[in-house]
Design a protein around this ligand. Structure first.
Ligand SMILES: [Zn+2]
Length: 340
C-alpha cells in the first residue's frame, strides 16, 4: 500500500512530497524526484490520532512524515492510542469530559489544593519563611513606607506595650521585631510579616495615644497572625494552586517561577475572614487571660475605621457601605469583641 504525504526532513525547512510504504520494520520513502530512503518504523514515534487530522510519524533523527489522508492510521499494537481515538468518537465520553472537567478542576482547586496546602505549610523551613518575609518587607518598604516621624518618647511608649505583650504571651523577643514607619498608603494601620516583623504606622500610634490598651490589642492581633502562620498558609495555598494549575494545563516549565514568586503573594496579602477571626480570637483570649478588657480591641477597630474616614453610625449608602463591601466583617468583629 502506498501512502501519499509530505516529509519534513530534520533540521531543514523544506517539505518533500513522497509516497511511503511499510515493509516489516522498515518504512520506505520514495521522493518525488526518485530518491529513496528507508527509516526504522519500530523506533518511530506515532502522533496521537486526532479525529479529522492525519496522524504524523516522527523518526529517530527528528524527520517527520505527514500522510495526506486524514483518515489514515499507522498500524500499531499500542492499545492506548486506539482507546483515545475510540473515546473521541464516543458522544457520551465527549459530553462526559466536557461536563466533568470543570467539576474536576473545581474540586482540585477548591477542595484538594487548600487541603494539601494546609498539610504542607508546616513543612516550610524557617529559612524560607525568613526569606519570604524579608523580600516582602524590602518591596513594601521601597514602595509605600517612609521613615517614622515619631519622637523617641512616642516610640518608647509603644515598645513598652510590645515588650509587655511578648512577655504576657511567653514569646521570645528573638522571633519578633517591631518597626515604625510613616505611610500615607496604609494610613492608621498595622501589619505582620511571616518572619515575625510587625509594622505599625505613625498614624496608628498617634490615633491611639489616648488608648494605649487598644494599641496593645492591635499588637496582639498582629502577633496572632504570625503565631497562626497566616502568611505562610496564604503563600502555600497560592503556590500549591499554581502548581496544580500547571499540572492540569501541562505547563510545568513555570514550576520554579511559581515557587519563587510566592513571596509576592505576601505583598498583596489580604487575609481571609477566617484568619482575621482567628487572630481576633487569639488577641481576645490573651487579653481576657491577662486582665485586659476585650472592649479595648473593639475600641481599636473603631479607631482604625474612624481614621479611614468612615463613620460607623452612617448606615446609608456611600462611604460606610463601600467600606463594608471590602470589610464585611468589621462590624461583627466589633460586636464580638464588645461581647467577649
Ligand atoms: Zn488582621
Amino acid at each position: 500500500m502506498k501512502i501519499l504525504g509530505t516529509l519534513y526532513p530534520a533540521g531543514s525547512s523544506k517539505a518533500v512530497n513522497c509516497s511511503a510504504s511499510v515493509f516489516d520494520s522498515k518504512l520506505m520513502l520514495n521522493h518525488e524526484d526518485g530518491k529513496q530512503e528507508s527509516y526504522d518504523f519500530v523506533s518511530a514515534v506515532l502522533g496521537e490520532p486526532i479525529l479529522g487530522q492525519s496522524q504524523e510519524i516522527t523518526f529517530s533523527d527528528g524527520s517527520r512524515f505527514l500522510p495526506e489522508d486524514a483518515k489514515f492510521r499507522w498500524p500499531t499494537k499500542r492499545k492506548r492510542l486506539k482507546l483515545v481515538e475510540k473515546l473521541e468518537q464516543n458522544l457520551f465520553a465527549v459530553v462526559g469530559a466536557i461536563v466533568l472537567s470543570p467539576i474536576l478542576i473545581y474540586c482540585i482547586m477548591f477542595k484538594a489544593v487548600p487541603e494539601f496546602a494546609v498539610q504542607t505549610y508546616d513543612l516550610v523551613p524557617d529559612s524560607v519563611v525568613q526569606e519570604m518575609g524579608e523580600q516582602a518587607m524590602f518591596a513594601i518598604e521601597k514602595a509605600v513606607l517612609e521613615p517614622t516621624t515619631l519622637s523617641e518618647l512616642e516610640q518608647q511608649a509603644v515598645v513598652q506595650l510590645w515588650d509587655d505583650s511578648l512577655h504576657k504571651l511567653s514569646l521570645s523577643k528573638d522571633h519578633f521585631k517591631l518597626s515604625f514607619y510613616q505611610s500615607d498608603f496604609f494610613g492608621a494601620n498595622a501589619f505582620a510579616l511571616p518572619h515575625g516583623q510587625i509594622i505599625v504606622t505613625d498614624d496608628l500610634v498617634k490615633s491611639m495615644q489616648e488608648h494605649p490598651l487598644a494599641l496593645q490589642a492591635v499588637l496582639l492581633h498582629e502577633i496572632g497572625h504570625v503565631e497562626k502562620q497566616h502568611s505562610i498558609r496564604m503563600a502555600a495555598q497560592a503556590a500549591v494552586g499554581a502548581i496544580a494549575f500547571a499540572m492540569i494545563f501541562g505547563d510545568l516549565e513555570g514550576f520554579a517561577e511559581v515557587l519563587l514568586g510566592t513571596g509576592s503573594t505576601v505583598l498583596q496579602q489580604r487575609f481571609s475572614q477566617d484568619m482575621e477571626k482567628e487572630a481576633d480570637e487569639y488577641a481576645l483570649q490573651h487579653m481576657k487571660q491577662h486582665g485586659l478588657d476585650p472592649k479595648e480591641f473593639a475600641k481599636a477597630l473603631e479607631i482604625i475605621v474612624e481614621q479611614a474616614g468612615i463613620e460607623l453610625e452612617n448606615d446609608e449608602e456611600g462611604a460606610w457601605s463601600k467600606y463594608l463591601s471590602t470589610h464585611p466583617s468589621i462590624k461583627s468583629r466589633i460586636e464580638y469583641a464588645n461581647a467577649f
